[in-house]
Design a protein around this ligand. Structure first.
Ligand SMILES: Nc1nc2c(ncn2[C@@H]2O[C@H](COP(=O)(O)OP(=O)(O)OP(=O)(O)O)[C@@H](O)[C@H]2O)c(=O)[nH]1
Ligand SMILES: [Mg+2]
Length: 312
């Protein structure tokens, strides 16, 4: 009797991403294991390349893709990375009876090796180290995008009016002088970026120019660009000396920081954090609150099987 060919299954080896500030272009890799003879008809692509070969194929109505025949029972399809393409491909597979499987342990194990060496956030380590044990017992894996922020640093921007203390706050959080500070409003023009460790979470911090009406065309352009960054940020931190500042209402702010707390006796109103870049009062509390808004304590548990993101 001829040996039965293994059934074909598919898994997404890389996450699809819309073009964004974190990824402008990429490919997605769909990994297929098993007998691929159903593939040409499922995708309308004519014949398959021989094992060890690859070829470019137009998949009608979906995408142009590289079909890689890695081995007799191992095929990969490299497509463009948009979610639309992946959805269409997955639907075509399902129609042809090709079943979906979770990424192979080997793929996740490779990613685990990668992230254990390269994780930018201290807080990721316990969760990563728990993964091999969790993989031994079947459970529902989590694809919570907030967890991935531990590995792919989120973008945090500081906004506020000129002279509000934004650049001083960056220097205080970084514990070194990164941005120029001065008593002249409008000091920061180009945004100043730094990778910061906030309570164990690595974030890409961007210190922006102060926002105000201005006739200066260079400052106006700087503010226009700043507003572009605000729109793309994962967290917007509003920095102000004035609890009644109306600027916060213009943005979807994660937190309001009352800066220069050493100059004021009053306590911070609810929902705000008082900080002094001069005395460091409130700085650890601020770092923790920002981390908490991006990666809450509730998801930092070591019993979550984590679908690790692709570093690309
Ligand atoms: N006393 C005190 N002064 C501060 C503090 N933070 C900032 N300042 C002062 O406030 C002024 C403005 O600080 P910056 O950090 O440059 O303010 P900014 O918001 O970056 O200003 P722009 O770049 O113009 O938008 C400087 O003279 C700082 O020394 C603070 O915590 N305490
Ligand atoms: Mg500044």
């Amino acid at each position: 009797m001829p040996e039965q060919e293994p059934a074909l299954t598919f898994a997404l080896a890389t996450a699809p991403r819309a073009a964004s500030h974190t990824a402008t272009a990429a490919i997605s890799i769909v990994d297929l294991r098993g007998d691929p003879s159903a593939l040409p008809r499922a995708l309308g692509i004519g014949s398959l390349p021989d094992p060890g070969q690859m070829r470019l194929a137009r998949i009608p109505g979906i995408d142009e893709a590289l079909i890689c025949r890695i081995a007799r029972h191992h095929t990969q399809i490299h497509t463009h990375a948009g979610p639309f393409v992946i959805e269409k491909l997955a639907a075509a597979f399902v129609r042809a009876g090709i079943t979906h499987r979770q990424p192979t342990p080997a793929t996740q194990a490779d990613l685990l090796d990668h992230w254990l060496v390269h994780t930018p956030s201290r807080r990721a380590l316990d969760l990563l180290l728990a993964q091999p044990r969790l993989r031994e017992t079947p459970g529902t894996p989590s694809a919570d995008p907030r967890l991935d922020r531990l590995l792919l640093p989120p973008l945090v921007v500081a906004v506020g009016r000129p002279n509000g203390g934004k650049s001083s706050l960056l220097n205080a959080l970084a514990r070194r002088s990164i941005a120029i500070v001065s008593e002249t409003p409008g000091t920061t023009r180009d945004s100043v970026g730094a990778l910061l460790d906030l309570d164990g979470l690595a974030v890409r911090w961007l210190d922006l120019p102060g926002i105000r009406d201005t006739d200066d065309p260079i400052e106006a352009e700087a503010i226009r660009r700043a507003e572009g960054w605000v729109a793309r940020a994962d967290a917007v931190i509003h920095c102000t000396e004035d609890p009644a500042d109306t600027l916060a209402g213009r943005f979807d702010t994660a937190l309001t920081v009352l800066t220069k707390a050493d100059l004021r006796a009053a306590t911070a109103p609810a929902g705000t954090i008082a900080c002094s870049a001069r005395t460091s009062e409130g700085i650890p509390e601020l770092a923790r609150a920002i981390r908490q808004s991006l990666v809450p304590d509730a998801i930092l548990t070591t019993d979550t099987l984590w679908i690790l993101p692709d570093p690309a």
